[in-house]
Write a protein that binds this ligand. Sequence first.
Ligand SMILES: NC(=O)C1=CN([C@@H]2O[C@H](COP(=O)(O)OP(=O)(O)OC[C@H]3O[C@@H](n4cnc5c(N)ncnc54)[C@H](OP(=O)(O)O)[C@@H]3O)[C@@H](O)[C@H]2O)C=CC1
Ligand SMILES: CC(C)CCC[C@@H](C)[C@H]1CC[C@H]2C3=CC[C@H]4[C@H](C)C(=O)CC[C@]4(C)[C@H]3CC[C@]12C
Length: 318
Amino acid sequence: MFACVCVYCAFSGIGLLCLACRNMQRAEAARQALLVSHPTAQATLLHLDVGNMRSVLRAAEEFKQMCNRLDYLYLNAGIMPNPRVDHKAFYKGLFSSNVVCMFATGEGILTQEDKVTPIGLQEVFATNLFGHFLLVKELEPLLCQIDHNSLVIWRSSNNAQRSAFSLDDIQHQKGREPYSSSKYASDLLSLALNCHYNNRGLFSSVICPGLVMTNLTYGILPSFFLALILPVMWLVEGYSPYNGAEALFWLFMQKPESLDPMAKYHSLTSGLGNNYTQPHKMDIDENMSEALYVKLLELEDTVRKKLRDEDLDIKTKN
Ligand SMILES: NC(=O)C1=CN([C@@H]2O[C@H](COP(=O)(O)OP(=O)(O)OC[C@H]3O[C@@H](n4cnc5c(N)ncnc54)[C@H](OP(=O)(O)O)[C@@H]3O)[C@@H](O)[C@H]2O)C=CC1
Ligand SMILES: CC(C)CCC[C@@H](C)[C@H]1CC[C@H]2C3=CC[C@H]4[C@H](C)C(=O)CC[C@]4(C)[C@H]3CC[C@]12C
């Protein structure tokens, strides 16, 4: 998958697709591929490194210059740096009652090595959650309009586990499962956005693409090995999923206000090879989601202040 953040905006009756990406070469390739299948589409590119808060603010500003309304915001970018399968936990899980769940979600066996970004945030948290949060906040005026509802779509995962997340350590500085923690946080944040913004026309939803063979998964195990265990994965996940984009498309076709804020929409594939979308209740609650939201707002203030101070420093030095 190329685009990291993909936004669909409509103005003056004309639809515009904006691909906001870090790697502009890949972005251009994606745009060209899109134009081959949809020659009349209007697709534009925007540079965005979602793990860099300065880049997020700049991209949002540029987008606001281009569009005055935004209908769909797809938050796709995600990283899982230096992933490892914890073999000890894997063999333990193999002989436990949790074995099916372990294969389907990687619960407890997938660890990563995180690092700190120049602004002092944990990289996985910054990329998978906070940068997207800041983007939504920046684009709030375009997403919240009286004459139409908008939809923010978070690309979560079935690896999002409550056990990996702590309100006392929302950036997951202390643990070894920052990916799982960040994805669980996105589930919580989606609910909080619904609570705070539904009355202003902004709706939020979470999807899980299932297991899709991409650079992210190739980083975990060699491709030939993944190919070998793929049939097992399909079986344990209920013949799911090959077409990870199914739920993204399905959500696009729904009325935002008809979606369940407590559900994660899974891309699945039936035994006969038909793709479909199915909602699964998420293991989240409103208190936790609100507590995370408050912490994110505080962090947003801190980050904005840090950036302002840095700017001031540069100005006084020049
Ligand atoms: N593959 C799977 O089985 C599953 C994937 N997911 C989620 O799907 C999403 C896409 O992952 P997938 O396609 O599998 O993995 P890839 O590694 O192939 O793609 C990740 C995408 O995110 C972009 N990205 C990463 N960091 C940044 C950044 N700082 N700023 C902007 N863009 C960035 C990458 O852009 P660039 O081209 O610049 O590297 C790339 O387009 C992720 O959120 C992942 O967590 C969820 C569940 C399962
Ligand atoms: C040493 C081997 C025999 C171990 C096999 C382990 C498998 C159970 C796991 C190997 C790769 C894992 C996954 C990869 C991608 C994840 C994806 C990005 C996600 O978000 C959800 C969880 C994963 C599908 C995860 C699930 C377990 C593995 C297949």
